[in-house]
Design a protein around this ligand. Structure first.
Ligand SMILES: O=C(O)C[C@@H](Cc1ccccc1)[C@H](O)SCc1ccccc1
Ligand SMILES: [Zn+2]
Length: 168
């Protein structure tokens, strides 16, 4: 299992670099990320969140952790202009949820764990997850879409939380 960085850790703001070749080291990272995501009951995890700054995302939106998806060097384009509000959480910002507007449907292009290119069209939760995780690779967190007031409130609470977990 890999440790998950928590907001406001500055490393979460790092822009991830493209993967040159999908080799065994990348596949090991993917396996470690899937184990970490399932253990944290997440439905998505970006390499940025485990302090690895490469363009690797894993996700599984199935209801029984049976459909892992691997997105290496992902690119997506919104389909249509319809937006959809959804309450989002983040494994890097535990216990906070906020409504974030996202494109309703997206077209995704990525490489799979064997480095093979694939494409898919997604809507609903999968579309939200793709956009949420892609943001992580750009150093963007869902709190960035909130008003400064709301973001500050979360920041204050997270800083207090970290004080409790750090030695006095
Ligand atoms: O990237 C993460 O931190 C995991 C996110 C992924 C996600 C956020 C919002 C919308 C879709 C996916 C989640 O916190 S994983 C926890 C979770 C589980 C089910 C539904 C929403 C959030
Ligand atoms: Zn997240």
């Amino acid at each position: 299992k890999l440790p998950i960085l928590e907001f406001p850790d500055e490393r979460l703001r790092t822009k991830a670099a493209a993967v040159d070749s999908v080799d065994d080291e990348v596949r090991q990272l993917v396996d470690d990320m899937l184990e970490t995501m399932y253990d944290a009951s997440g439905i998505g995890l970006a390499a940025t969140q485990v302090d690895v700054h490469r363009r690797v995302i894993v996700m599984d939106v199935s209801d029984n952790q049976s459909r892992p998806l691997v997105l290496i060097n992902p690119e997506f384009t919104p389909l249509g202009t319809e937006r959809d509000l959804m309450s989002e959480g983040c494994l890097s910002i535990p216990e906070y949820y906020a409504e974030v507007p996202r494109a309703l449907r997206v077209h995704l292009k990525a490489l799979d764990r064997d480095g093979k290119p694939y494409e898919l069209e997604a809507d609903g939760l999968l579309a939200h997850c793709i956009q949420h995780e892609h943001d992580h690779l750009e150093g963007v967190l869902f709190v960035d879409y909130l008003s400064p007031l709301k973001r500050d409130r979360i920041l204050k609470k997270m800083q207090k939380r970290h004080k409790l977990t750090q030695p006095a």
